[in-house]
Design a protein around this ligand. Structure first.
Ligand code: UDP
Length: 240
């Protein structure tokens, strides 16, 4: 069910199987394991502890992670996009009446995201929200607000590694069942940014579309070759 990539166990079955698998957890952190996020995990002991904890499940979100799994084997069945898992969870919450909390993005983006989600899922209970611009070391009021919201799922859209640090540091003292760092997903739901065309998503080229739309992202792609090189070197060493 998992493929070991460097220090991480990455879920290697389908998205549907993943959604069933997380049902058994009383508390779970879903990590969208793209090379940048996993590379951060290798270089930060707090994140490493969080990403390798029993309450964390890493999904292969990104072509780099899919390629890495082909090197170490068994290869993952499919790429699982974090935003698609988020949407599936939201749909389920709206059907079952479970409240969610949205943490992250700029205030106007967050408001548009909430507005659009409410249009798409009229029964969805968004029990609370807060923008993502605050001091991580001084956010007791936000923690309290999340606690009081009674949210079942906490979506954190503050980009990597900020969102992962927030979850690593606070998950133990929060009562939500599911935690998920969702990067720029609120921007997509707000209508500010668009996902790549379906054919690009299918061919694993969503990253290319994002770089084309937001050229500053090119710098962040450097973690892909660094990550893959590490995978190749470790795999060679291991197989010798
Ligand atoms: N963001 C935030 N707080 C910060 C920095 C960023 O809430 O201190 C938000 C930002 O407004 C955007 C998201 O985090 O909505 C960044 O997503 P990005 O596209 O960088 O994430 P990715 O999808 O690439 O992981």
């Amino acid at each position: 069910m998992f493929t070991r990539i460097l220090k991480f166990d990455v879920f290697n079955r389908s998205k549907l199987e993943f959604l069933n698998y997380i049902e058994k957890f009383s508390k779970v952190n879903i990590v969208s394991g793209n090379p940048e996020i996993l590379y951060n995990g290798l270089n930060d002991s707090r994140l490493l502890r969080s990403f390798t904890s029993k309450s964390t499940v890493i999904i292969p979100d990104g072509l780099g992670t899919v390629l890495a799994s082909k090197i170490v084997r068994p290869s993952v069945k499919e790429k699982i996009a974090g935003i698609e898992v988020m949407e599936a969870l939201i749909e389920k919450c709206s059907e079952e009446g479970n409240p969610i909390y949205l943490l992250g993005a700029r205030q106007n983006i967050l408001e548009n995201c909430i507005k659009n989600l409410k249009i798409k899922y009229p029964n969805l209970n968004i029990a609370g929200s807060h923008n993502g611009y605050f001091d991580l070391d001084e956010c007791e009021d936000i923690i309290q607000n999340i606690k009081e919201s009674g949210a079942h799922i906490l979506f954190v859209a503050m980009g990597a590694p900020r969102q992962d640090i927030f979850i690593a540091e606070n998950m133990d003292r929060l009562p939500c069942r599911v935690y998920m760092g969702v990067g720029g997903s609120f921007d997509v739901f707000s209508g500010k940014t668009k996902r790549a065309p379906a054919w690009m998503i299918k061919s694993g080229l969503e990253w290319l579309y994002r770089v084309f739309k937001e050229p500053w992202r090119i710098r962040r792609l450097s973690s892909i070759p660094k990550f893959l090189l590490k995978v190749i070197v470790c795999n060679k060493r291991f197989s010798q």
